[in-house]
Design a protein around this ligand. Structure first.
Ligand code: 13P
Length: 253
């Protein structure tokens, strides 16, 4: 059975003490996640040790990194490798967020290298895809997203793909308060699964978790997550509010 995942992406927000307070608040609620459910926290890299400490003892709660360098080690001042994150106990790394693509010029080819770096050490990339508004308005979102998947993931073996989580995040819905409707999300998630099935077969495609991201909040999570091909969410703004993210975790199916 594929995993249902509530993933927080804190982006570049919160001080260390605010991060601690948020985690304390969140963990006041008892969670009993099912075997197929996970809560993942992609926190700023310096907050990883604190987050690991706070989450310890909570079944199926994991810390993630928001990015990594494609190389294992070397003279890359300011960068952190997937290997380094793994050595700290981090097993999930967000790769190819639209903000990385836009502000740091990360190309499909570079993201393919990053995906490899993460998989090589046995960690899980949370690979982001999603179209800008102009592409959606032109009705070309399926081709756009299929191309992103093909360019950065289709060199993988089926066995490797099974360790990838996909997050579909339409850029026009990120931080805008404008969420894709549950029908729009289901439609493109089903399409993504079709693209994966065409390359890897239906049995493999059916095991891949496809998260939706873009203004997910407590008020829309149940409806979004109830869609057949929506396996949870990657959550920005609402993950910074304890009550919101608690409700989002509880909305997992
Ligand atoms: P928001 O939930 O703030 O729209 O951000 C979505 C996102 O970019 C998560 O990675």
């Amino acid at each position: 059975m594929r995993k249902q995942i509530a993933a927080a992406n804190w982006k570049m927000n919160l001080t260390l003490s605010e991060a601690g307070t948020l985690l304390d608040e969140l963990l006041k609620t008892p969670y009993s996640l099912k075997e197929n459910q996970e809560a993942i926290f992609a926190v700023p890299a310096p907050y990883i040790p604190l987050t690991i400490e706070k989450l310890s003892g909570n079944n199926n709660f994991f810390v993630a990194a928001q990015n990594c360098h494609q190389k294992t080690s070397g003279a890359y001042t300011g960068e952190v490798s997937a290997t380094m994150f793994a050595s700290m106990g981090v097993k999930h790394i967000v790769i190819g967020h639209s903000e990385r693509r836009e502000y740091f010029m990360e190309s499909d080819a570079l993201l393919a290298e990053k995906v490899d770096a993460v998989l090589t050490i046995g960690s899980t990339p949370i690979f982001c895809c999603g179209e800008p508004l102009a592409i959606r308005e032109a009705g070309a979102q399926n081709d756009f997203v299929a191309e992103q998947l093909k360019s950065s993931l289709f060199h993988l073996s089926a066995e490797q793909l099974l360790n990838v989580v996909i997050a579909y995040e339409p850029i026009w819905a990120i931080g805008t308060g404008k969420t894709a409707s549950s029908e729009q999300a289901q439609e493109i998630h089903a399409f993504i699964r079709t693209v994966l099935a065409a390359k890897y077969g239906q049995a493999i495609a059916d095991q891949i978790s496809i998260l939706y991201g873009g203004s997910v909040k407590a008020a829309n999570a149940v409806e979004l997550f109830s869609q057949k091909d929506v396996d949870g969410g990657l959550v920005g703004g609402a993950s910074l509010i304890a009550t919101e993210f608690t409700a989002i975790i509880k909305a997992l199916k």
